[in-house]
Design a protein around this ligand. Structure first.
Ligand SMILES: [Ca+2]
Length: 322
């Protein structure tokens, strides 16, 4: 049903319909960085009354939106309109799938499933709310903030900027071009398929590179003792402050990597899955160059440039082979 509403000091109300009053929605509607209120038509915001948990926005005109008012879990399917606002309720398992339009999705307090449509065309800002949420970006150019809680964010397509702000967030960038920024440590950040840049938190991060041999992977662990797995493609790796471990596994072998800030005696180079390899044989075959030490793992032609380190013997004691 269509409703009319108004914003008053951050409080949203729709006195003519089901009597929804929400300071959260009001605050969102008042925030020009979230919703373009100059084009969002308050008369085109729809809601449900709790008796039917399914809302389909397919016919919603441009500049419309939806506010979920059901007490129990609801299912929302977005439409093709521009500048849609989809504001969730707080119910556990409410599911929102955006349409091919563009707009903003606001998750509620319960653990919810939020995702973009698989059809190319939609681009959304998604704020997952405070629960333990799952966010799936299937296509489009999206900005995703996971919110509080233990969240899972998976980007299977499109170009996404992802802020992992929860506790123990798992972020998987399986396709497209993705930027992952971690606010809190403890989870796993993985650039599995696409071209991915990962910026770790100030704590101890677990960062995994791309499994695609044609992917570009850049990682900056930042402060904290980080573990960074190099990917199969082209890798530019920075550990940042702290005692960082750079892992090169034959499972992700064949990549070409540059470590920009390796600190011998502080950081660790961990090599796994290369039969017969020893620290002695690795250092024996390593080459000192003007740009740094070049290590080649002959089993799969993995190459590692330890930038700025010109004497390979200084790496002795910083290499672990397993
Ligand atoms: Ca670090």
């Amino acid at each position: 049903m269509a409703i009319t509403g108004s914003i008053d000091g951050g409080n949203f109300s729709n006195p003519t319909s089901v009597g929804v009053t929400s300071t959260v929605v009001g605050a969102v509607l008042s925030n020009a960085t979230l919703v373009n209120t100059s084009t969002l038509d308050m008369g085109k915001i729809v809601t449900n009354d709790g008796t039917d948990g399914i809302i389909t926005l397919a016919a919603t005109p441009d500049n419309g939106g939806v506010v979920v008012t059901a007490v129990t879990a609801a299912t929302v399917v977005g439409g093709s309109g521009v500048n849609q606002l989809i504001a969730s309720n707080d119910a556990y398992l409410t599911t929102i799938t955006t349409g091919t339009g563009s707009g903003t999705v606001i998750g509620g307090a319960g653990g919810q499933l939020l995702g973009t449509a698989a059809e190319v065309g939609g681009s959304y800002q998604i704020y997952a709310g405070s629960g333990d949420d799952t966010v799936i970006a299937a296509s489009g150019n999206n900005t995703i903030t996971s919110g509080h809680g233990n969240n899972i964010v998976a980007a299977f397509g499109g170009n996404n900027a992802i802020v992992a702000s929860g506790t123990n967030d798992t972020v998987i960038a399986a396709g497209g071009n993705n930027l992952i920024l971690a606010i809190n440590p403890g989870g796993m950040l993985a650039g599995l398929g696409g071209n991915t840049t990962i910026v770790g938190s100030s704590g101890d991060d677990f960062i995994i590179g791309s499994s695609a041999s044609d992917a570009t992977f850049m990682a900056d662990g930042g402060a904290g003792n980080d573990v960074i797995f190099a990917g199969k493609g082209t890798n530019a790796l920075l550990g940042g402050e702290g005692r960082d471990m750079f892992v090169f596994s034959s499972v992700y072998g064949g990549g070409k990597s540059v470590i920009g800030d390796f600190k011998a005696g502080t950081d660790t180079l961990a090599i796994s899955g290369y039969s017969g390899l020893t620290v002695g044989s690795l250092l024996n075959s390593a080459v000192n160059t003007a740009n740094g030490v070049v290590i080649t793992l002959g089993q799969d032609n993995t190459t590692i440039l330890i930038s700025g380190v010109t004497d390979k013997n200084t790496l002795n004691g910083s290499i672990v082979i397993g």
